[in-house]
Every structure is written in C-alpha cells, then in structure tokens.
Ligand binder design. Structure first.
Ligand code: ZN
Length: 228
C-alpha cells in the first residue's frame, strides 16, 4: 500500500484536530453575559442609591420646616397671654416635636441605608471592572488563537492538496470512499501490533498479506491499514 495514503490521512487527522481546537475556543460569550449582568446590577444599585438620597433630602427639608415651626410657635408662646392660646400653642409644639423625632429617626435610617447601598454599589463596580478586563483578555486570546488556527488550517489544506495530487486516481477514489464510510478516518496504521484507528490486533495473516495488497484492511474496523 502506498505510504502517500497514510500521509494524506495524517494531514486529515491534523485538520480535524485543528478544527476541533478552533470550535472549542472560548469566544467570550459567557464572560460577556457575566459582564452584562454586572452592568445591570450597577445600574440598579445606582438607581437605588439615588432614590435613598432623594428621600433623605426630602426628610431633611421636612425636618428643617418642623424646626422652624417649633421656633415660631415657641416665640409666640412667649408673648401669648390667653390660657386658651397658651394651651393650643403647647399642644402644637408637642405635636411638632414628636414629628421632629420621627423625622430624625427616619433620616438616621436613610443614612444607614445609603451607606449600605453605597458599599454595595462600590462592590458591584469593582466586580464590573474585573469582568470587563476578563472579557477583553478572552476576546484578545480568541482573536489571536483563531488567527493562528486559521493559518495552520490553511497550510494543512495546502499540504492536503499536494498529498492528494500524489495519489493515483484509484487511490484517491478509495480514500474518499473510505473516509466517507468511516467518519473521516479512512486509514489506520499498525502501531506495535494494533490498528491505530480501532485498537484491534493485526493478525499475522493480514500482516503477511498486506505486503502484496494494494488496499489491505484492518480485521477489526475494516479501514485501510498501513503496515511498515
Ligand atoms: Zn482497525
């Protein structure tokens, strides 16, 4: 059997391996998904932090108004003379003081909430930065590995053309038919005493006959078998 058949097979094997490697490359889809999720988390966190700040400003304004009212009523109380007016002002001041206490508490809670949200936002932002760096690294690697594999594939295909041209028409036809039948692996070779494609032991008879046959085949898988 012509060694050129084995050489063509070896080129096909390397084309298949390069193609598998290319298919298995990480194009960054998962990393981009993680980055996009973090972008949404940052946006949601910014909105939440702003909402808390707006609410705190509103409460602080209410507190200022309550304090002004208290001061106003207290100065009225100083100059009040009728007991009815004094009682009314005292009640008003009590109610305003309770409202001020509630506002103080609400503002403290909003400050705590704001701090927690700001810390959470900083955490998401730092995670987002890492995720962006990761995406860039993966995309850069994907581009360079794709280019390398495409160069290697182009070179292998060129070698394949030459190897195929070196075969006789009968050999070319046989190779093509067997490659189609056996999922791209038309030819095995004897490695120690086994077929490289299926692992079956090569019979002494086959080994002997192979010397005289143009297309010897493996007893195990039926592929063409090259024996030194
Ligand atoms: Zn075999």
């Amino acid at each position: 059997m012509n060694r050129a058949l084995l050489e063509l097979q070896e080129i096909d094997n390397s084309i298949a391996a390069l193609t598998r490697e290319k298919t298995a490359l990480d194009d960054g889809t998962a990393a981009r998904g993680a980055r996009d999720t973090l972008e949404q988390a940052v946006a949601a966190s910014v909105a939440q932090t702003q909402k808390t700040a707006v609410e705190r400003s509103a409460r602080e304004l209410e507190l200022k108004t309550a304090e002004e009212k208290i001061a106003r009523q207290q100065s009225r109380l100083m100059s009040a003379s009728s007991p009815h007016e004094i009682t009314a002002l005292q009640r008003d001041i009590e109610a305003l003081t309770r409202a001020r206490g509630d506002l103080d508490e609400a503002i403290l809670n909003l400050m705590d909430e704001g701090e927690t949200q700001t810390a959470q936002l900083a955490k998401f932002q730092s995670q987002l930065e890492s995720a962006k760096t990761e995406v860039e690294a993966i995309e850069t690697r994907f581009a360079s590995e794709t280019a390398r594999l495409e160069r290697e594939l182009a070179a292998a295909r060129e070698r394949r053309g030459e190897a195929e041209a070196a075969l006789s028409p009968a050999e070319r036809e046989k190779f093509a038919a067997f490659a189609k039948k056996f999922g791209g692996i038309a030819v095995g070779k004897a490695v120690r005493d086994n077929c490289s494609a299926c692992g079956a032991a090569i019979l002494t008879f086959t080994r002997h006959e192979a010397k005289n046959q143009q297309f010897p085949t493996c007893e195990g898988c039926g592929r063409l078998i090259f024996i030194e």
